[in-house]
Write a new protein. Structure first.
Length: 496
C-alpha cells in the first residue's frame, strides 16, 4: 500500500541542539599516537574487546597474513603482533571472527593430487600469541584452485553459533551454495548442500544468523518461472529453505537490505522511477514468531525534502543517495540510514551512472558526501521519526569522508568528520569539510522522540576519523581510529 507522509513536512530540517559538550553519560578515551608500516584501516579489518577490557584490531596486511594491534584500557598501543599463514593457507580477508575469546581464521587448501578443497579453521590466541593447528570443517570435490574459497562467515549476536557459506562452482553441473552451521566449539549442527544460486544475483552474500542457529537470506529466486526477490529461512529441522517472494509494485527498487534480530526482522529499500532518484522508502515486516512476511508498506517522501541538496539530478527524488545501515533497536523499532553519495572520479561513459543536473549545486571532480536521512520505523513499518541532517564533505581521497552509525539504548548515533566552522554556524549553513587535518569529530544523537543533539568530541580524542574503522564492541562501547598528520590514534566512546 502507498502511504504519503505530508505530516513530515515540518520535521525535514530538524532543529539541532547545536555544538553541545558531551553529557556525563558519554565518555571518550583516546590513546597515544603511533606510526604504521602498512595500511591500517579498512572494511575487512575487525575490532574485538578482550575480557580484561583491552582492545584488539586485526588488519589483513597481505594475502599471507594479518597484523594485530593490541591496545590497553586507555587505548594506548601496547604492541603489534604479526599473524603469518602457511604457504597453502587460502582465505578471504574478511573471514576473521572473535569466538570463545580467541580469533578464528577461516581458511582453505586446494589438494591438487585428489582434486578436493579442504576448509578449516586456525585459532589465534592473543595473549600467548600462538596459532593452533588447523581444525577441519569439511572437504568438497574441486577442479579449480580458487573457486571454492569460503564465501562468507556469519556469527550470531551471542557468538555461540556461526555459519560458513561456500560457493561451489565445480561440485555439480550447476553452481551451488553450501551452508554449514556450527557451535562455538566447532561442532557441526546442520548442513545443507545444493542451495539455489544465481550468478547474477546482487544479493548473494546477504546472510544473517540468529542465536538459535537459523540462517536468513535475501536473494533472487525462481517462482513459477519468474525471478523474484525472495526472503529465505534455513533451519536444522528442514531440508531446503522456507522462501517467500516479496511482491513489489511497479517501481524501480534499489539499495535493498534486511536485518533480523532475535525478535523480529525487516526488509527495506528505496523506490522511484530510476535508481538515481529515491521517491520513497519501502518496508517489509518479518514476523519471526509466525515465520511470515507482511505486505510491503511504501512511504512516499514529500517534495519539500528534495530542497537544499548538495546536488540534484534531472528526476524528482533524493538524488544519488545510498543505503548505509539498518539498525534494530531494543524496543523493536528499526533505524534506516542513508547518505548522499556522488563521486566524479572518472569520465563517465556508462549511461546507467547517476549524473547530477548541469549547474546543480557545488561538487568537485572527486568524492562528494552530502546530507544524511534517518527514518525510524515501528516493527510494522509505520514511520515514527524522519530526520534529514545537512552536511557536505568533499575530497580527492574518500578515506575520511562519510559516516558510521550505531544504536545504543533507545537512541541512534552517527559519527563523522566536519568543518570546525560548523561548530558555531546554524544548521541552515554548511561549511564544507575538505578532508583536512583540521576537523571536528561530530557525534549525533537521535532520540526515540526525534530529538537531535550534535556533540563535538573533545580534543584529546580528536583525529581525522576513518569511518571504515568504526566497530561496535558491545551495546555501549564503540572503537574507532584516525590520522593525526603522519600518525594514527585509536579511541573509544562509551555510552552509559
Amino acid at each position: 500500500m502507498m502511504k504519503k507522509i505530508a505530516f513530515l513536512l515540518i520535521m525535514i530540517m530538524p532543529v539541532l541542539a547545536w555544538g553541545q559538550e558531551l553529557p556525563e553519560n558519554i565518555k571518550t578515551t583516546g590513546g597515544n599516537t603511533f606510526k604504521v608500516k602498512s595500511v591500517f584501516p579498512g572494511d575487512d579489518s575487525k575490532a574485538f574487546l578482550l575480557p580484561d577490557g583491552e582492545e584488539v584490531y586485526i588488519v589483513p596486511a597481505t594475502y599471507k597474513g594479518y597484523l594485530c594491534y593490541r591496545f590497553d584500557n586507555n587505548m594506548n598501543l601496547i604492541k603489534r603482533i604479526t599473524i603469518n599463514l602457511m604457504e597453502n593457507d587460502l582465505g578471504y580477508q574478511q573471514n576473521i571472527e572473535y569466538i570463545n575469546e580467541n580469533i578464528y581464521l577461516f581458511l582453505g587448501e586446494y589438494d591438487q593430487t585428489v582434486k578436493v578443497f579442504r576448509l578449516y579453521v586456525k585459532i589465534f590466541d592473543v595473549k600467548s600469541e600462538t596459532i593452533s593447528d588447523r581444525k577441519e570443517l569439511y572437504t568438497i570435490p574441486s577442479d579449480m584452485k580458487s573457486a571454492e574459497l569460503i564465501e562468507n562467515v556469519i556469527v550470531s549476536e551471542d557468538r555461540g553459533k556461526f555459519a560458513v557459506i561456500n560457493k561451489c562452482v565445480s561440485c555439480t553441473d550447476n553452481p551451488i551454495l553450501k551452508l554449514s552451521c556450527y557451535d562455538s566449539d566447532l561442532n557441526l549442527l546442520w548442513s545443507q548442500d545444493g542451495l539455489e544460486w544465481d550468478q547474477q544475483d546482487l544479493y548473494m552474500n546477504n546472510f544473517q544468523i540468529d542465536n538459535e542457529g537459523n540462517v536468513y537470506r535475501l536473494h533472487l529466486s525462481n517462482f513459477d518461472g519468474t525471478n523474484k526477490l525472495a526472503f529465505s529461512v534455513y533451519r536444522s529441522d528442514e531440508d531446503g529453505a522456507h522462501s517467500t517472494a516479496i511482491e513489489l509494485e511497479d517501481h524501480v527498487f534499489f539499495d535493498i537490505s534486511f536485518n533480523v534480530n532475535n525478535k523480529s526482522g525487516a526488509v527495506t529499500m528505496f523506490y522511484g522511477n530510476n535508481q538515481c532518484a529515491a521517491r520513497g522508502v519501502a518496508y517489509v515486516e518479518y514476523d519471526k514468531e509466525k515465520d511470515i512476511l507482511r505486505s510491503p508498506v511504501l512511504t512516499e517522501f514529500p517534495s519539500e525534502l528534495f530542497a537544499n541538496e548538495m546536488c540534484t539530478g534531472k528526476s524528482t527524488g533524493l538524488f544519488s543517495y545510498e543505503f548505509r545501515n539498518l539498525l534494530p533497536m531494543p524496543n523493536g523499532n528499526y533505524a534506516f540510514i542513508a547518505e548522499q553519495n556522488y563521486d566524479e572520479t572518472i569520465d563517465y561513459i556508462d549511461e546507467d551512472v547517476c549524473r547530477k543536473e548541469l549547474g546543480s549545486g557545488s561538487t568537485i571532480k572527486g568524492y562528494n558526501r552530502g546530507s544524511l536521512v534517518i527514518v525510524i520505523f515501528s516493527p510494522e513499518g509505520k514511520v515514527l521519526q524522519f530526520k534529514k541532517i545537512p552536511k557536505i564533505q568533499q575530497s580527492y581521497n574518500s578515506l575520511h569522508l562519510g559516516m558510521a552509525s550505531f544504536v545504543s539504548g533507545s537512541s541512534v548515533y552517527v559519527l563523522y568528520n566536519d568543518n570546525p566552522q560548523n561548530d558555531t554556524l546554524s544548521n541552515e549553513n554548511k561549511a564544507i569539510y575538505k578532508g583536512d587535518d583540521n576537523c571536528s569529530n561530530i557525534l549525533l544523537r537521535i532520540s526515540e522522540k526525534g530529538e537531535v543533539s550534535r556533540y563535538v568530541l573533545p580534543a584529546d580524542v580528536n583525529c581525522k576519523i576513518t569511518p571504515a574503522t568504526v566497530r561496535v564492541l558491545n551495546d555501549n562501547e564503540v572503537f574507532y581510529c584516525g590520522r593525526l598528520k603522519s600518525e594514527y590514534r585509536a579511541a573509544k566512546i562509551r555510552l552509559n
